[in-house]
Design a protein around this ligand. Structure first.
Ligand code: KG4
Ligand code: ZN
Length: 318
């Protein structure tokens, strides 16, 4: 039987809702990004989620679905409170089970929505809030092998962009600049390079990059920054490969949409006979489809929200 799940994502500033079927069909997908010029304001983000979720869900026939998958964290507390309570309301009103989804696991599993990636695989999760190298052993088993000890990569892109007076989120513009710049112009130091660990650090690099910015060097700064990041990522992946037999690598999260980083990862994979599975660009940034898909994949051992559903109550919604 084919199941259809609603996926709801709201952990930061994007509100996204999708319907995905167990045979990998994305039947509905709508994302509304809140526009900020300088960064996310949590209180405002939470209030906007409430209105946006309500508006999007009006377009959907909920009673036709077998499950509601919702992000239970990590994320901004105010955004999560709004979204979780909205999801609980829907679940109670329609009598449809509510499945708790971990946002990071959803990013890492999103690759299998479009690709047949073999388990175990190494997942590089690079987003605005997280930077991790994780061994995904199954849809339920995740072993963190490396982590940033300070800033997430997306945060660095955004702060460097802010220092160039670019709008938030700055990652896509830094990427465009980098494509036009000289990657060897600035020889930034590579943090925690060859230090016998898969942990990463980007805070010092971010400061070094920001200090080198002047009026007319944005292209070269962007290119040299991304080049340094790629070198560090290569070093960390190689370190992991010394102990773990890696057959496949995936990259997910907003920064995973970066073409220069994907090209560098592709080269690393080619050199080391690893298959490379970048997440489809559509599903790199926060999205409801990855939440629905993670809910579907994990539904057999699911963490059902019993307080919400065990009552078995049904409320009539007009
Ligand atoms: O995964 P995501 O949508 O949200 C979190 O879970 O954090 O990631 C957002 C981050 C932002 O920092 C944004 O600047 C970055 O992803 N980003 C990029 C690109 N597109 C989005 N960074 C570098 N290159 C891109 N093309
Ligand atoms: Zn995310």
């Amino acid at each position: 039987m084919i199941d259809k799940f609603l996926g709801i994502e709201y952990s930061c500033d994007d509100t996204s809702v999708a319907i995905v079927s167990s045979d990998k069909n994305v039947i509905f997908h709508k994302t509304i990004s809140q526009s900020y010029t300088t960064g996310v304001v949590p209180e405002i983000a939470a209030r906007r989620h409430l209105h946006t979720l309500h508006d999007i869900v009006l377009d959907i026939n909920i009673s036709d679905l077998q499950g509601i998958a919702a992000t239970f964290g990590p994320g901004l507390v105010s955004s999560l409170m709004t979204g979780v309570n909205f999801a609980k309301g829907l679940s109670l009103a329609y009598g449809i089970p509510l499945y708790k989804v971990n946002h990071l696991e959803a990013h890492m599993l999103s690759v299998s929505l479009t690709e047949d990636i073999p388990y175990p695989y190494l997942s590089l999760l690079i987003s605005g809030g997280h930077t991790q190298l994780v061994l995904v052993k199954s849809v339920h088993e995740f072993e963190i092998l490396g982590n940033t000890i300070d800033d997430a990569l997306g945060e660095c892109f955004d702060k460097i962009a802010k220092s160039m007076n670019l709008e938030y989120p700055g990652g896509p513009t830094i990427e465009k600049y980098a494509l036009l710049g000289n990657k060897k112009k600035y020889n930034y130091s590579k943090p925690l390079y060859r230090n016998n660990s898969a942990n990463m650090s980007f805070s010092g690099l971010k400061t070094q990059v920001i200090r080198s910015i002047d009026f007319n060097n944005h292209y070269d700064v962007s290119a040299s920054f991304i080049y340094t990041v790629c070198k560090v990522l290569e070093d960390k992946i190689k370190y992991i490969m010394k102990d773990v037999d890696i057959k496949a690598l995936s990259v997910s999260g907003g920064v995973g949409a970066n073409k220069l980083i994907c090209d560098a990862l592709y080269d690393i994979c080619q050199k080391n006979s690893i298959r490379f599975f970048p997440v489809n660009k559509k599903y790199c940034s926060d999205n409801g489809a990855m939440i629905a898909w993670a809910g579907l994949l994990q539904r057999n051992k699911a963490d059902l929200d019993d307080k919400c559903f065990a009552t078995g109550q049904r409320f009539k919604v007009n």
